[in-house]
Design a protein around this ligand. Structure first.
Ligand code: ATP
Ligand code: MG
Length: 421
């Protein structure tokens, strides 16, 4: 790809409305633009990152045996009345009447819809277990949309739902999703800490949130300094946990964090309410035992940026970077070699961006750092004399000199290593 043909509207100024570093950088690097409070458009660079994140999620969910579906965002209010959540969801739920006066909802989550769906489809214990997932836009009229796409009113979620015959089956599925979540977050470059959590409006009896420590997090993780115990602050408060660990007695720390995922053992809350039963081996009708599993797909972007940036801009992990490398010819004589390198890299199947703009080297380097490509390949008159390029990782201060003919093989090797998660 050529920068001159791309659409990467970087901003020099810090947008006044942005309170957090990730929000500022998402605007400045040209990843998103605001439409209104809590709604954002993704520009091409932001979209490329989003697509990479969803690809990782699809791969890992599929590896775990989950099957992808797509459910309607537009839902009848009746269903929510039957589950008892029509009242419980409160003003966060987007409600309206259609032209016939029928009450409708824009889905904030999909337990009701999926339960209603499988009630007519899965009939026997032989059909179980099943885990279905989707990646879809959710609508929540948040009281305080803020921090850009960290808390917005329309956002992309991966939601999954498991259906089992019994508790033992649910436990297997729950543990598998727990492991899958750790793999997904780690492949996105995030260190997510699973913490014991409250079930809240979702219901059910067991739940974990996946938290990324960050000073701009709206949540608080209570973590033990001596053992693996970790809980959300709400959960710890509900359990009457004080300053010392309930497991080992060592002091507890409180750390701000961003919630990127949440998994629940729902049991039969929704299947009983919505009459979703199957015929078990003993000839009896029983409600399915359910689990549900959410990831804030769009929230992953700011969570990664919060934890991968410096004063110059974003430092994308290779796995979700919009392009793996940027090729920067500094002055006209370097252009031909840069074009050649660009062609070679594309032929090798690499995702590289050639900065062919008629702007100064300084502007190119600033933009490359701001948008945060993991690798920068700089060509100038000086490097050309040595038939070389300056090869620099975004995370390193100094470049190394590398023969131009060796760049593609070095890139391939490096990317294979870093994508090998
Ligand atoms: P929160 O406590 O942050 O409001 P939640 O408990 O309401 O989250 P869930 O219903 O569990 O969230 O949704 C699954 C995931 O969707 C969350 O873990 C979070 O990453 C993401 N998410 C929830 N609300 C938003 C939002 N308004 N904007 C962006 N992502 C969100
Ligand atoms: Mg919420």
């Amino acid at each position: 790809m050529r920068w001159s043909l791309a659409y990467i509207p970087t901003l020099r100024e810090t947008p006044a409305e942005a309170e957090t570093v990730s929000h500022r950088l998402m605007l400045r690097a040209g990843l998103i633009r605001k439409l209104s409070a809590g709604t954002y458009s993704y520009l091409p660079m932001g979209m490329r990152v989003l697509l990479k994140v969803t690809r990782i999620i699809r791969e890992e969910m599929t590896r775990a045996g989950a099957l992808e579906v797509l459910l309607p965002a537009l839902q009848p209010a009746d269903l929510w009345k039957r589950s008892g959540r029509w009242e419980k969801m409160g003003p966060e739920m987007v409600r309206f009447k259609d032209r016939h006066g029928k009450e409708m909802v824009l889905g904030p989550t999909h337990e009701e819809v999926i339960t209603q769906l499988i009630a007519g489809e899965l009939r026997s214990y032989r059909d179980l277990p099943k885990t279905l997932f989707q990646i879809q836009t959710k609508f929540r009229d948040e009281a305080r949309p803020r921090f850009g796409v960290i808390r917005s009113c329309e956002f992309l979620m991966k939601d999954a739902y498991s259906f089992d015959r019994n508790e033992a089956g649910l436990n297997v599925n729950y543990d598998r999703m727990y492991d899958t979540y750790l793999r997904i977050f780690s492949r996105c470059g995030l260190e997510a800490i699973p913490v014991e959590a409250d079930t809240g409006v979702m219901g059910g009896d067991d739940s974990h949130e996946f938290m990324v420590l960050s000073k701009n997090g709206e949540d608080t993780v209570v973590r033990c300094s001596g053992c693996p115990y970790a809980a959300s602050k709400d959960r710890a408060a509900k359990q009457g946990v004080g300053d010392s660990c309930p497991k080992c007695g060592k002091p507890l720390q409180q750390l701000p964090a961003i919630e990127v995922g949440h998994i629940f053992k729902l049991g039969t809350k929704y299947t009983e309410a919505l009459d979703a039963n199957f015929l078990d081996e003993d000839g009896k009708q029983k409600p399915f035992i359910m689990g549900c599993y959410g990831i804030g797909v769009s929230r992953i972007l700011p969570a990664v940026i919060e934890t991968h940036q410096d004063e110059a801009g974003i430092r994308w992990p290779v796995s979700i970077a919009p392009y793996q490398a940027v090729i920067v010819p500094i002055n006209p004589p370097a252009r031909e070699a840069a074009e050649w390198l660009h062609r070679e890299a594309l032929e090798a199947g690499l995702e590289v961006l050639l900065d062919d703009r008629e702007v100064s080297g300084g502007v190119k380097m600033k933009d490359a750092d701001l948008v945060g490509f993991p690798i920068r390949i700089l060509l100038s008159e000086k490097t050309l004399q040595k038939e070389s390029v300056e090869f620099k990782l975004r995370t390193e201060a100094e470049p190394t000199l590398l023969k131009t003919s060796e760049v593609v093989s070095r890139l391939k090797k490096l990317l294979a290593q870093q994508n090998g998660a």
